[in-house]
Design a protein. Sequence first.
Length: 276
Amino acid sequence: MRLVTASLLALGCCLGAQAQDTSRDAEQITSITKTDMRYVIESAGYTVTEDLSSGIGYVGTTDEELIFGTQGKACSGDDQDQEPCLGVEFFVILDGEFDVDYANSVNQRWSAIKALRLDSGALMMSRYVILDYGQTLQNLRLNMVTTTAIASQVQDENKTDEPLTAEQIEWGDDTGRYANDDACDDARFHDDGDDWDYQREHVLHDATDCRSLYKDGSLTLYVDFGDNSGEYADDNTCDDNRFTGDGRSILTTDSHVKRDSADCIAAYQAGRLNRP
């Protein structure tokens, strides 16, 4: 089996939205060919990019550019290298240094797929479908989309955040009591910022000192409050579930993470929140 890395493709252009052919959805099959596999992939709006380097199947990319594989199993011929095949496996392999405990965690959280740590340290997530008793092509597409959707979530939770550039950070103003003293007093740039009231008070109020030191590489941004684009922003309650304290709302969903900055900053400055 060819190892398919789940890194993003470097595409030189954007693919336009295309209408998907779903005319064969109700067709029930007891064995699968490459023609069937191509239909399943393309009917989901995904793209076939190449043949597998070994075995019967394809490498494809989702509409979010996640790379995945579709491979026939229990195929015809003495070497099981001929069509049709009596089973099909949908899989994604994420490069990285994953451990067995993490693979087990994925298995516990998403029982629809099987997660396995490979000897290389990569994580393989797969779903195998037996065709002996018949499966519709629509159902095979659902199995494939389920596999790629779970893999996408796993990929997202393992992304390493790139440090923000100075241009991406909101610096505020210089109205803090200790502004313009060549030291950054903004709690966002101190790992112990929660412990000092004056650092909390200087969030967004020591712009010149903090910007200069950050550009020099002398500071690390420990807390990024994000923006104010949340559905319940500006209601005087912090909805970002990363924080704890009596300044937090009862909302627990991730949809407000880094999207309620004004409320969260105000509560943090007042000592009613603690950082993640």
